[in-house]
Design a protein around this ligand. Structure first.
Ligand code: AMP
Ligand code: MG
Length: 507
């Protein structure tokens, strides 16, 4: 950790300088009444920033790229497959890259809700509701606390403006200052494919490798084209990311290719949520009527997104198109295997099963069978996902597990709780998992606290009405999600019924 700094660290702009065609200069719109409502102190400390200074007028100017010697903020150019359809120029329509902070690792400082840019759609306002800004802040802190690579909020800014979204009444607007390894996305490469020369696209590949996968760059003769190396690296990180989401019952909500990062961090949280009563078809986004981005579809859609990524790289992978397709297809097949392994490991840990690296295929099959049987049971009996795994973590006798809320596994169902527990015990024995190992695995995999939809929604409404006490309490709880704390006892509870919860993309 670096020492806190008082003065404004200089922001760099390596990306905008290297790729001016991908970064259009654009001034953030910061209304005069804006004030910093919250600073993420742990993150500020990690970045060597003085949190108290960030909350001042000078700090606000620095955060929003409007200080005296601020670099020129830019709006990032990118395309995207949105709900399956190609959209050539979404770009940052209400967001700005303020600059890059060069520390141990270079990070982007990026704004959301900071006004119109050259990429804004006609009729849009370039703004974000304050509630949506707080939502993104809370989700980022939760994922981070849960050990998932993610972009994080550095500050929440209230602008004092009122904007119209749903309904006849206006709501307060806000600006999120967020930090990520970068905001380069799969959609960046679609845009580059259409607008940049082959040489510049090669440079873009190299820039991304240097920034996010420097260990994969070799000085001498490359063993394979760098575009293929990048495709494989992103596929591997995305496999880990989606497996982690699945293990937490997290639904991102809008997995368009413009929301899929090259770094492998989770970015751009809109209508995302953690599942309460388990259902593989859980969808929370009001606009995802077909369930394209439902819980169970996340790995498949990520592979689909990676296939679109591959298409943007094909001519860089091999000059012979057939050969290029062949090589890209091999990498996409590797995604399936990486994902399968990551998913097995994530859920094995949740069940207190130690699955060693070199476990025989038959053992993996037994573990996979147990995982699906567990999820079948949760789904059939509408059991709270997080509550179930935490109860399992804390019980001495899975056959007499106290299920969350008043849920029950009906004895007349496909499997009884006793049969399921017997299967769990068999698999633990088969894998040679000691009781202590089972406990340790589960303690580290099964959180007590997630940002529960019903509690978060209530807290966001309060924050929008001017009182952020409750959302800050939720953020506090989810930062150390595996440790029970009496102050947060009420935040553990599942809602009486979770059916019908939706969040809105009109963010
Ligand atoms: P997001 O939901 O932030 O991932 O945005 C998806 C796309 O829609 C991006 O290109 C945004 O810039 C654009 N967008 C979303 N909301 C607005 C808005 N209020 N004003 C302008 N552009 C927007
Ligand atoms: Mg987006």
């Amino acid at each position: 950790m670096t020492e806190p700094q008082v003065s404004a660290p200089r922001l760099e702009r390596t990306y905008a300088e290297a790729f001016p065609a991908l970064a259009a200069e654009a001034r953030p719109v910061i209304p005069a009444a804006s004030r910093v409502a919250w600073v993420n102190e742990p993150l500020a400390a990690e970045l060597g920033l003085d949190a108290a200074w960030l909350a001042t007028a000078e700090g606000l100017a620095w955060l929003t790229g409007s200080g005296e010697d601020a670099p020129h903020p830019v709006a990032l150019a990118y395309s995207g497959f949105q709900f399956g359809n190609f959209s050539p120029v979404p770009g940052d329509g209400r967001a700005h890259l303020t600059g890059e902070l060069a520390g141990d690792t270079r990070v982007d400082l990026h704004l959301k809700g900071s006004g119109l840019t050259g990429f804004s759609r006609p009729g849009s306002d370039g703004k974000a509701p304050l509630a949506a800004v707080w939502r993104e802040a809370a989700i980022g802190e939760a994922l981070h606390g849960l050990g998932v690579p993610t972009s994080r909020a550095l500050a929440v800014i209230e602008t004092g403006e009122q904007i119209y979204r749903r309904g006849p009444r206006p709501e307060p607007a806000g600006i999120l200052a967020r930090v990520a390894a970068s905001h380069l996305r799969v959609g960046t490469f679609h845009y580059a494919h259409m607008n940049l020369s082959v040489e510049d696209r090669e440079r873009l590949v190299r820039y991304n490798l240097q920034r996010h996968y420097p260990h994969l760059l070799t000085d001498g003769e490359e063993a394979e084209p760098q575009a293929k190396t990048l495709l494989r690296a992103v596929a591997e990180r995305q496999a880990q990311l989606v497996a982690a989401w699945m293990g937490l019952g997290f639904v991102h909500g809008v997995l368009n290719t413009d929301n899929v990062s090259i770094s492998g961090q989770a970015i751009d949280f809109g209508p995302c949520a953690f599942i309460d009563e388990f259902s593989r078809s859980a969808v929370f986004s009001s606009i995802d009527r077909q369930g394209r981005y439902a819980y169970r579809n996340q790995p498949g859609i990520t592979q689909w997104n990676l296939a679109r990524f591959a298409e943007s790289l094909l001519d860089l992978i091999h000059e012979d198109p057939n050969r290029a397709v062949h090589e890209a297809t091999d990498v996409l097949a590797e995604f399936e295997e990486s994902y399968r392994r990551a998913y097995l490991r994530v859920f094995a840990a949740k069940l207190g099963v130690h699955l060693s690296e070199g476990a025989p295929a038959a053992t993996e099959d037994d573990v996979a069978g147990l995982i699906e049987a567990t999820l079948d049971m949760l789904e059939a009996a509408s059991i709270d996902f997080t509550g179930f795994f935490r109860a399992l973590t804390e019980t001495e006798d899975p056959a007499h597990l106290r299920l969350p809320g008043d849920s029950q596994v009906p004895e007349s169902g496909e499997v009884s709780l006793a049969e399921w527990a017997a299967r769990l015990t068999r698999v633990r024995e088969l894998t040679g998992t000691s009781e202590q190992a089972a406990c340790e695995l589960m303690e580290a995999a099964n959180p007590v606290y997630i940002p529960r939809n019903w509690r978060l929604e209530e807290a966001l409404n309060q924050a929008a009405a001017g009182d952020s006490t409750e959302v800050l309490r939720i953020i506090d709880a989810v930062r150390t999600p595996f440790t029970r704390d009496p102050r947060f006892a009420d935040l553990e509870d599942a809602p009486a019924s979770s059916t019908g919860f939706v969040t809105f993309c009109g963010t």
